[in-house]
Design a protein around this ligand. Sequence first.
Ligand SMILES: CSCC[C@H](NC=O)C(=O)N[C@@H](CC(C)C)C(=O)N[C@@H](Cc1ccccc1)C(=O)O
Length: 657
Amino acid sequence: MSKQEKYVSPEDIYDLQFPSDPQISPDGKKVIFVKKWIHKKEQKYYSNLYSVDTVRGTVVQFTRGEQKDIKPRWNRNGKQLLFIRSTQNKSELLSFYGGLGEPMPLISLEDGDIQDLAFSPDDKWVAVLIQKYDVSGEDRKKEPLKRDIDRLFYRLDGEGFRQKRAVQLFIVKSRGGRLIPITDVPRDVTDFAWNHDGTGIYYVTNDHEDPDRHMDEESIFFYSLKEKRHVRIEKPAGPIGWVQADPEGKYLYFAGHFKPGHSWGAVNSEIQQLHLETGEIHSLTASLDRTTDMVTLGDITPSFVKQKALFQTSEDLLFTVSSEGANPLFKFNILSGEITPLLDGPECVVSFSMSRDGKNIAVHLAQMERPDEIWLLELNSEKHFRRITFLNDEYMSSISCNVPEEYHIPSDNAVIQSWVLKPPGFNSKKKYPLLLQIHGGPRAQYGYTWFHEMQVFAAAGFVVLYTNPQGSQGYGHAFADAITGKWAEPAMNDLMAAVDYILELGFVDPEQCFVTGGSYGGYMTNWVISHTNRFKGAVTQRSICDLSSFFGTSDTGWDLEADFHDVPWKNPELYKKWSPITYADQIDTPLCIIHSENDLRCPVEQAEQLFVRLKYDKKPVRLVLFPEESHGLSRGGRPDRRVERLKLMLEEFRVKS
Ligand SMILES: CSCC[C@H](NC=O)C(=O)N[C@@H](CC(C)C)C(=O)N[C@@H](Cc1ccccc1)C(=O)O
């Protein structure tokens, strides 16, 4: 087989490299980044730190071993680098001082997890977020005699039963010393930032008297190190993504909005500027009508990465938004209010960091052309944007694959951005099977990422169609909000309009159309096949079929009230109307239901209900369960199970084509 005849396969996740979190040194000379890798024999994910020289391009492995090294952070003079290391029994904050050599532990915990860190402005202190375990040591591995549950939000997908102890803020001297607790709050500290002169720390927590019913009402506090006092920063109720201090100390910046209780993700998270003396708040990004959350989906690109806005100078603030499949990088000038794009191509800035002079910016970039890499944006007399890692080049030159083509498809009330990925060696005179992929969120977006799953199906001979129907983020608040209270309808119209449009182009066999989706995308898959018989087969994954039972069994199911403005026991008809299982009689499409047994977001009972109902009615249905896995199987599950899921779907669709 020649080099060009190899196509993308499910097993290729073992060959891919996953770089992230590039941290450029203050002098701009090197970038430290995290590289995740898969230990095939152990079936585990590990990560190590690497360094790339920004001039010579040489890559050096900085840490080695089977552990998770994350969050590398430079101090201001570039002489110290801290990072978090997690092993089976320990969580450590490690420090490299003055270059290479063995990292020294600054904090070493056997009874908790270190989650985040930041140097103080004078580099003398480090603030850290730590979650101490309820039980530690060997006892952690044992199941308790019983579980006494006393709160609404008692489980979290991917984690299990929630720790009773909240994530707290601590400080420690950067050269070592005692860990000093700063907070003792009942709910997690979710973000923090040192103030401009290091005399205090802003932090975010939910101190609502009923926090689980008001998860999107977070508060900001300021802790003065001198006065040892916590002061609440007054602001209207609403969620907060991150906080950031102003280098001049006049303002406080944060990402969020002031419409709590609205459907998850439908309201844009905007950058808010709070005047610390007057308390006045002003949104810097309202005019963009885009969210600052990173909501682009992928299976090798991380989604929902928290990237704070960063000050390039005391006047210019750099930030990203999610927009039309992309994550552009913008500059906001505090004095003029002008917003200018720095990077606005068909690509996703997943995260970035800056050299001290603000002229060199290291970027974790996702693109459709290749798996994620690290890039450098140089803003000297001219602007240069160049790739500085080539981690996946060997893989990419070993396979043959296409770049998705973009379409803008008219639907009832909207134009739907869509992509079509054609099989390698595509011939427009032939007719191909079509696979419609429906994303979840629902307020998320497909976009400019190299999507392994899409490539696997194209390699198997499918034309893969994926779209951002109404309900997606990236097209403004009204577009995301269009499905509120009527989850399925606008999306159904848009998805069918997209299929019709592609069929018109003539290269798809209308008798060979298939559909799949996960989570809300699985809900839509269930809805589609209960409202049309045009698909020859369907795979519904981690799906929802019964909104009423979902309300009480999902880890955050009661959040549906924000979407439907009612609860199932008061308005059962509404919940019935928008539940695909209500229309199960109308399902004739052969269906494969894939679900993870430990999915706490969309519990397995959703799959069980649909399966039993269809099987009882003698409909063509198959149920495939993945033990141990949670909601995120397709992007973070055990690697062999990720491979198996893709093989299963291929087999499922191949049988019928
Ligand atoms: C009910 S609030 C939870 C909203 C949350 N969105 C993002 O985290 C979520 O879990 N959305 C689900 C649907 C929800 C259970 C009704 C969803 O559709 N998830 C998608 C999108 C996603 C992708 C990656 C990480 C998180 C969510 C999915 O699982 O593919």
